[in-house]
Design a protein around this ligand. Sequence first.
Ligand code: PHE
Length: 339
Amino acid sequence: MIDQLKKHLAEVADFSSDNPKEIEAFRIKYLGKKGLLSQFFSEFKNIPTEEKKEFGQTINELKSKATEKVNLLKKAIEQDKPGKNIYNDLTRPSEPLELGARHPISIVKNQIIDIFSRIGFNVSEGPEIEDDWHNFTALNLPKHHPARDMQDTFFIQTNPDVLLRTHTSSVQVRYMENNKPPIRTISPGRVYRNEAISARSHCFFHQVEGLYIDKKVSFADLKQTLQFFTTELFGKSKIRLRPSYFPFTEPSAEVDVYWGLESETDYKMTKGTGWLEIMGCGMVDPNVLDNCGIDSETYTGFAFGMGIDRIALLLHQISDIRLLSENDVRFLEQFKSAL
Ligand code: PHE
């Protein structure tokens, strides 16, 4: 039996051809399902124990030599064919370019930036690791103020002065400290809160906060600006402002947009009310202006803040906020946008 194998080894070594049919016949003879190799493999159990080792080694050698030979001969044919190589045919159309997709959060963020830039707002950014002053104290939230509990904060190690920002209002503080009114700026960015992760909330999400400070800025200006915004983003102009509380604004309000109750989805999204809460807002508290070096006798201002993730869920009918951070390409590929 070993001798037979050796004979085949020699045959494999000698074999050569540039005819694809012959090479295929050779492949089938040795490596095919009912080929010589599988026959030899099934003989293996009948080989006397003392010969098993040599038999096994030789049969493996035969297998690898035969495979190698087939690959080598096939490759030689490929290379010989003129024009087969793609670089030889310069008239060949190029590979189609696959267009990438933006992340739904970026799409919505860019839409929001675009809308506010049309009414004179610029974009400001700041650090995600913040100090107590910019995230809390300057915003009228001194130490031990009960409203600090509204935002479950991640502190960095044991230093309570270093934390992950819980809102991008911290960027507004930095902006006010470094710029003179008139100020019109929006601050997009990622924020962190120590909340349980579920389909509706995550321990990090994204916000866009806005700030407008000048002489004689009024609550009417705020409402008009928000109405412009909701009309542009959602195509809905009916909004309502419900009294609310934020330490940094006075008076404060929650903004609801009237979504309508035309379809079952509307009904589900708005829990049957037709209204959707989309952001918080208010007139900047004079204390905050003074804290940031802006004279509250001369200037007034309004501020607002919204979560981009929830708006992205709304606009794109996404059912689970966690999808936004799982990086599943099957999900991400569905968002193609010019913005
Ligand atoms: N900073 C607030 C938050 O994160 C939102 C807000 C901004 C509210 C500006 C009022 C004015 O919840």
